[in-house]
Design a protein around this ligand. Structure first.
Ligand code: TMO
Length: 327
């Protein structure tokens, strides 16, 4: 009996070590990463992106990489990755960043490192209690009829759409407001935390609010809110004025309802840090996993790096194949 246990333990140990040799050609230690230079991971101004950056950075460290984090503008980052000042971008949201990403792809130097499983949406959104104030929501025509209910003392009777910071590049909402003849103005706040402060203040006073939000996010689990259903996004809506409810204007439609979420990398990464690049291409987070990363910060009030360590400790079976699986 004792002998058998010993053997089994040896067999288990071999299963780990031998597998590492068989799969990677070497066990998971320092030289696996490639260059000793730091992989530079840029972070932005919403929680899931910062936690996910730390998750991926901490995973890279498990295969011996050196990692550095740097806080950057979420649009300028595509040029930074293209020229190698930053090494990766872990959350390329189609709605907010496709234009900047595509521009960098056209110039060369940045690579598409594949999609996450999560489907994304970035759109005007309201918490559930607002529906009582404005029956007919989430249809956009109800929002149009209720505009005055969303006004504030300084908005001249117009409804206020509470938007994120300017680097999320929502310039297209201005022509959308015009094209759909919404009696609304936009109010930018400084970052995601300021959005949640506006949300909490409105909820406490039971005051109607419509704000920018997205999925995956912590709000998926926490609020019964909904996105406004504007006319569906089509190519024609963007290019052809005659399309849609306003025959004289383009942009009489909302944001894409099923956007991608990609990873991107500097084109030198596959040569300089091959194992890390391979792992990055395999990384694929689901809506639930990304929402959970945001919950750890926005609800549980953890630090980003601690939230990342917690996610890693709770999800070994998810990330192990990304780091160690056969080619
Ligand atoms: C890019 N964002 C998730 C803030 O819309």
């Amino acid at each position: 009996m004792k002998f058998m246990q010993l053997n089994r333990r040896n067999a288990a140990a071999c299963a780990l070590v031998c597998a590492a040799f068989a799969f990677g050609g070497a066990p998971a230690h320092a030289q696996d990463c490639g260059s000793k230079d730091s992989i530079v991971i840029p972070t932005h101004n919403w929680s899931s992106q910062i936690v996910m950056s730390h998750v991926i950075g901490q995973l890279f460290e498990k295969i011996g990489c050196n990692v550095e984090y740097t806080s950057t503008d979420s649009q300028a980052v595509y040029e930074a990755v293209r020229i190698g000042d930053a090494t990766i971008e872990v959350e390329v949201w189609e709605g907010a960043f496709a234009a900047s990403f595509n521009k960098a792809l056209d110039k060369g130097g940045i690579i598409d490192a594949g999609n996450h499983a999560a489907v994304t949406r970035e759109e005007w959104w309201y918490p559930a209690f607002v529906e009582e104030h404005c029956p007919g929501l989430p249809d956009w025509k109800a929002l149009k009829a209720c505009a005055a209910k969303f006004s504030r003392p300084d908005s001249g009777g117009k409804g206020v759409f509470v938007d994120g910071p300017v680097d999320w590049a929502h310039d297209h909402f201005v022509p959308m407001i015009d094209a759909l003849e919404l009696n609304f103005v936009m109010k930018n706040v400084g970052g995601a935390a300021a959005l949640w402060a506006e949300l909490e203040a409105a909820a406490k006073k039971n005051e109607p609010i419509v704000l920018f939000n997205w999925t995956p996010n912590f709000t998926d689990a926490l609020y019964g809110g909904k996105f406004i259903e504007f006319p569906a996004r089509t190519d024609a809506c963007i290019k052809d004025a005659s399309w849609g409810v306003n025959p004289k204007a383009v942009r009489d439609c909302g944001n894409p309802a099923d956007g991608y979420l990609k990873k991107a990398a500097w084109h030198g990464m596959p040569v300089k840090w091959p194992a890390a690049y391979k792992a990055l291409t395999r990384v694929s987070f689901t809506t639930n996993q990304i929402g959970t990363m945001a919950v750890y910060v926005d609800v549980d009030e953890m630090e980003h790096d601690e939230a990342a360590a917690r996610w890693i400790s709770e999800n070994e079976e998810v990330w192990k194949p990304w780091l160690y699986a056969a080619q």
